[in-house]
Design a protein around this ligand. Structure first.
Ligand SMILES: [Cu+2]
Length: 332
């Protein structure tokens, strides 16, 4: 009877462990990214198991030392097959738990990203990450933003089609409607320009009259505010601050321009080598907006300790606004 009870207890213990091992996602809430959640979920599961075992083993050790401290002569141990089988099976169950739990996390696409997109039905936006002495550069390709606005816009080689001049002021021309298109990377359409200075060819703002229909090529804008623009196929770049949207799968394509660096954002659970001529990947989904410290985690020279940056997780609308403002700011 004793034996059956013991086997039952062991089976229950084993089943509970395996249940924890195959359900690491349960411990994911409260972490800043899916990656961080998976890693710390595993850590917590292992701690839940390791702490009771540590207390049990240390307890037996201390009890034994205390109980037999005054024994003069050591007695030989006797064979106890049931005890030996119990600790062998218990150890096997624990190792199985560690193995299954670890494999779940190691096989998680948010922890071990490959060049293939393994996230079904939820494709990731890609951001290219370039490490170089002693900065981080980020490239966001194929950016599309609807209803974009930006201020302080300067652009050259712009075409304006069928646009109505709303007003002419000391500060410039207010025009709206029609479409404005850029010859640069990324197309700009259906923009309303407010309070900008529009210069067509050798002329200037004063050549326009209110109500006039404007269709001109080779226009320059400076200091313009833009509203309701559509940007498509644009490329945006940033240095040392990587901006990403919250609650979206993001794939980081990480490489280096000169030699070894490593991309490391501890608070988001992200770490990956940056090697010249090779792409290493991270796939993650940030779950909380905020600013997170970025480090270079591979000694790369005298400026290594200053090779810092940040990851700025923003709402989708803030991210779109940032992309639009960044793209417009880089023109002209
Ligand atoms: Cu570095």
């Amino acid at each position: 009877m004793m034996n059956r009870k013991r086997v039952g207890a062991l089976a229950l213990f084993g089943a509970a462990l395996l249940l924890m091992a195959v359900e690491p996602a349960a411990a994911q809430s409260g972490y800043a990214s899916t990656t961080e959640g998976a890693i710390w979920g595993l850590n917590s599961n292992l701690i839940y198991v390791a702490v009771p075992i540590t207390i049990l083993v240390e307890g037996i050790l201390i009890y034994t030392v205390w109980k037999y401290q005054k024994t003069d002569e050591a007695k030989p141990t006797q064979e106890n097959r049931r005890l030996e089988i119990t600790w062998t099976v218990a150890t096997a169950v624990i190792l199985l738990f560690v193995g299954v739990a670890s494999y779940q996390v190691l096989g998680n696409p948010y922890v071990a990203a490959s060049s293939e997109n393994t996230l079904q039905g939820d494709p990731a936006d890609e951001i290219e990450v370039y490490g170089q002495k002693y900065n981080w550069n980020f490239v966001y390709r194929n950016v599309s933003v609807d209803d974009a606005s930006a201020t302080g816009v300067s652009m050259t080689n712009v075409s304006i089609e069928g646009t109505t001049v709303e007003n002419v002021t000391d500060e410039g021309v207010v025009i709206s409607g029609g479409s404005v298109s850029s010859a640069d990377d990324g197309a700009l359409e259906s923009a309303a320009l407010v309070n900008g200075t529009v210069t067509a060819g050798a002329g200037n703002a004063s050549q326009y009259e209110t109500g006039e229909q404007v269709s001109v090529d080779d226009v320059s804008l400076s200091g313009a505010a833009v509203e309701g623009a559509s940007i498509s196929g644009a490329t945006v770049e940033s240095t040392n601050t990587m901006v990403m949207p919250v609650d979206r799968n993001i794939r980081l394509n990480i490489t280096a321009n000169d030699w070894l660096h490593a991309f490391h954002v501890p608070a988001l659970g992200l770490k990956q080598d940056a090697l010249p001529g090779q792409s290493n990947y991270i796939v993650t989904k940030a779950t909380q907006t905020g600013e997170y410290q970025l480090y270079c985690a591979e000694y790369c020279g005298v400026g290594h300790s200053g090779m810092l940056g940040s990851v700025d997780v923003q709402s989708q609308s803030d991210y779109d606004s940032w992309l639009a403002q960044s793209w417009f700011s880089a023109q002209g």
